[in-house]
Write a protein that binds this ligand. Structure first.
Ligand code: NAD
Length: 492
């Protein structure tokens, strides 16, 4: 195969589960790992059964008690994590290619963004380990009352396919930094890059058993992991529907604390005094095309002042004609494939329902026929939508922008508030009062003003409403992996 990124046929990823510092063959249900770029079967894999989950969690619980990881001086743990980050960067090309093989992430992005963010994310939490202090409380003279932070023990982490490596390591990194043992179940669609990265963690000095990675199907491997009695905390990123099931399972099997990072339907609230409609159009088109819209916080709802709606829609449409669909391993590609034929069909179904309910497809609306076996979807704009239209209510997870228009500030802010989701949103205006009013009024975990999609490792990220609760990233993203204990000491 002639390619200018990497040759997918030459990659031979490791299979099975990574437990106790070695690969163990899967013993559960078989599933196929497909290259979304061309539909090619990479391999039929076997996931981890409940028996293998039990082995990994039991080893993790033992490692938590006996490896000495949590008891090490924080700077010693940090040194290991720094070594791990360094090894990831040393293997940049290999990891970027493994990431782009089975996922929708383009090689230009995995090389220049994902692998770097992964390493920097681990460094951030390594640096943060000794910055979280306990407290000594005000108390009567002969009593000393203090608050100390303690790791939970075994953390179950479950991650999705859309930005697989970054989302998995930004759970593993802080959970390990806090002293826990971690058992991760990555998405069965994208198991390879994180297996290799876990191997590098072991090479860097993370004790055997302290970190395990178990690919497999959600209802089999994921569910057994969440329900395991030795799991003390569950950190989940994925869809709202699965998040609800995870919460039920965690509650019914020991009332384990959960953190849920779920779906979104972010508004781009554009007032007529937005500083530059061209810049707004750039940001919206960029968000619709990045990973072909398969991003939890994608700004897929344009909530726009009716006076500028047509002009802005036309500017966005012009920009959405440019992206070039193609394989993830081709450096010329700018529009990712859709993860699966099932997901491609789901996008088409939502658009069909939207049209039936009276919406107008301004551009796109169909699968892009590239003729190479991959599933691609045309960048799409839908307008004349009503708040109860399928394309407004649902997270589409494709390159689809739905337009809603308003005629006054209050109506705009009310429309920006989604009935289900509250992950993120953006406000575009030159008026600082309007910007602050909207930013404070939109119930979402992140609000951008006159920009979109900027994330920072030190900024907590997570949802309101059914976009979940708990935060990843930042000091909050580390603190959540620590339990709080109060100790009262009588001094006489
Ligand atoms: P998904 O819910 O289908 O799967 C997520 C993970 O859960 C996978 O590893 C899956 O195998 C596992 N799983 C499935 N059933 C399970 C069960 N019963 N018990 C335990 N685990 C189970 O989601 P997906 O399609 O992989 O990812 C896309 C979704 O993730 C979108 O909704 C997106 O918005 C969301 N997401 C959210 C964030 C965020 O930070 N809020 C980030 C990325 C993706």
């Amino acid at each position: 195969m002639q390619v200018n990124g990497f040759n997918p046929d030459e990659l031979t990823p490791s299979s099975g589960s990574f437990i106790g510092g070695q690969y163990i063959p899967g013993d559960g249900t078989e599933y196929e790992v497909i290259r979304p770029s061309d539909g090619h079967l990479i391999r039929t894999e076997r996931g981890a059964s409940a028996t293998l989950v039990d082995r990994a969690v039991t080893e993790a619980a033992k490692a938590f008690k006996t490896s000495g990881w949590a008891a090490r001086p924080p700077r010693e743990r940090a040194k290991v994590l720094f070594r791990w980050a360094g090894l990831i960067e040393e293997h940049l090309e290999e990891i970027a290619s493994l990431e782009s093989l089975a996922s929708c992430r383009l090689i230009n992005e995995t090389r220049h963004l994902d692998v770097g963010v992964t390493a920097e994310g681990i460094r951030f939490f390594a640096e943060a380990i000794d910055k979280l202090d306990g407290k000594v409380l005000a108390s009567e003279e002969n009593v000393m009352s203090m608050v100390v932070n303690e790791p939970y023990g075994v953390v179950a982490a479950i991650s999705p396919w859309n930005v697989p490596l970054v989302l998995a390591t930004l759970k593993i990194g802080p959970a390990l930094a806090a002293g826990n043992a971690v058992v991760l179940k990555p998405s069965e669609l994208t198991p390879y890059s994180i297996l290799r990265v876990a191997e590098l963690a072991h090479e860097a000095g993370v004790p055997a058993g302290q970190l395990a990675v178990l690919p497999g199907l959600g209802p089999e491997t994921g569910s057994a992991l969440v329900r395991h009695p030795l799991v003390n905390y569950v950190s989940f990123t994925g869809s709202t529907a699965t998040g609800k099931q995870v919460m039920i399972d965690a509650a019914n099997t020991g009332l384990k604390p959960v953190c849920l990072e779920l779906g979104g339907k972010s508004p781009q609230l554009v007032f007529r005094d937005a500083p530059s409609l061209d810049r707004v159009a750039d940001r919206i088109a960029g968000s619709i095309c990045f990973n072909a819209g398969q991003v939890c916080f994608a700004g897929t709802r344009l909530v726009v002042d009716e006076k500028i709606g047509d002009e802005l829609t036309e500017k966005i449409a012009r920009r959405l004609k440019n992206p070039k669909p193609g394989p993830t391993w081709d450096t010329e590609t700018t529009l990712s494939p859709i993860i699966s034929a099932k997901q491609g069909a789901r996008i088409a179904d939502i658009l069909r329902d939207a049209k039936t309910a009276g919406a107008e497809i301004v551009m796109g609306g169909k699968r892009e026929e590239t003729g190479n076996g991959g599933v691609f979807f045309q960048p799409t704009i839908v307008r004349n939508t009503k708040p109860d239209n399928a394309v407004i209510l649902n997270e589409v997870f494709g390159p689809v922008l739905a337009v809603q228009s308003f005629s006054g500030v209050e109506e705009g802010i009310a429309l920006a508030d989604h009935p289900v989701y509250g992950l993120a949103g953006a406000v575009h205006t030159s008026d600082i009062n309007k910007a602050l009013l909207a930013a404070k009024s939109i119930p979402a975990g992140t609000v951008w003003v006159n920009t979109f999609g900027e994330l920072s490792l030190n900024a907590p990220f997570g949802g309101y409403k059914q976009s979940g609760f708990g935060r990843d990233y930042g000091m909050t993203g580390l603190a959540k992996y620590l339990n709080t204990k109060t100790i009262h000491i009588r001094l006489n």
